[in-house]
Design a protein around this ligand. Sequence first.
Ligand SMILES: *Cc1c(COP(=O)(O)O)cnc(C)c1O
Length: 367
Amino acid sequence: MNTNIFNQKQSIMKIHNFSAGPAILPQVVLDEAAQAVENFENLGLSILEVSHRSKEIVSVMDEAQKLVKELLHLGDDYAVLFLTGGASTQFFMTAMNLLNEGETACYVDTGVWSTKAIKEVSHFGTVNVLSSSEDSNYNYIPKDWSVPTDTKYVHITSNNTIYGTQYQTFPKVDNAILVADMSSDIFSHTFDATQFGLIYAGAQKNLGPAGTTLVIVKKDILGQVNRAIPTMLDYRTHIKKDSSFNTPPVYPIYVCLLTLRWLQGQGGIKAVEAINKKKADLLYSEIDRNPFFKGVAAIEDRSSMNVTFVANNSAHEAAFLEYCAANGISGVKGHRSVGGFRASIYNAMPIESVEYLVGLMKNFKPE
Ligand SMILES: *Cc1c(COP(=O)(O)O)cnc(C)c1O
């Protein structure tokens, strides 16, 4: 009898997960998350069957909020929320909570996710698209714009998951409120979070599993619109009730907490940023060196999270994908609107996996 079947964990081939999202999580996070499903904090209960009003879960919620503030160096003028509905719900919730009818919000269009956010604004006020890189399939971040004086807020997408572009510095917006969708690069690099009025991020890229959305909001920007806001869509409801007005997605939030603890254990964002830079440099230098590949994004706007590239000869594309699949690489097929390849190298991606992918690129010899 083959005893190996009883030890699946060790017999399964190691898969290097380059998926854009839901995406890789640190192995220790997966182990602890699995343990909590069996027996949460030695209660003899699964975390899946514990009340969200229990002191153990209240403490999960508190610690998760506290860690977000600590990692981003934010004070009590900011609230940290774990909501549902994905980043997609934030596309309209931001406008609904911040913009009066007759007021203008400015957006920078850097791709699919920006476009979806822009589409929602007209339900609540006026939208002004300051600039767009649509003319070149969003392969760069437009910088040729300024903010009109009557602007309520400016919305940017800090990292464009599909195209592999990322703001390297954040724009100055004078008296307007700066709002960012940071779904795919939150906690990947240091930045001054106090320049933002509101940041949101779906958890499933760089923070945790699908099912919760992190929202960080400066409290004093709220309460300035005169429309009635349904209770569940009013940020103030969730601030008042510590994200537990209704039953929160306890388990996804718990896994986010485990990732936040892991992040702090790594030495915080600064330490992880240094490794992220090494990983991105490794991969981009191979793309630039290797005659079979070329990068998609403008060099100065290249993302350190989602690395997009194509085969110089498109006939080699399928062969490289097959070569990757045969060698334990998952998730490198590019998004259909860009084609080619996309290697997502989020915080949890070990540098060894990036080295492994680079090794395959070096060995790739198409017919
Ligand atoms: C994935 C993604 C979204 C969509 O997130 P959902 O949680 O699925 O709504 C929005 N913005 C960016 C930048 C993303 O990468």
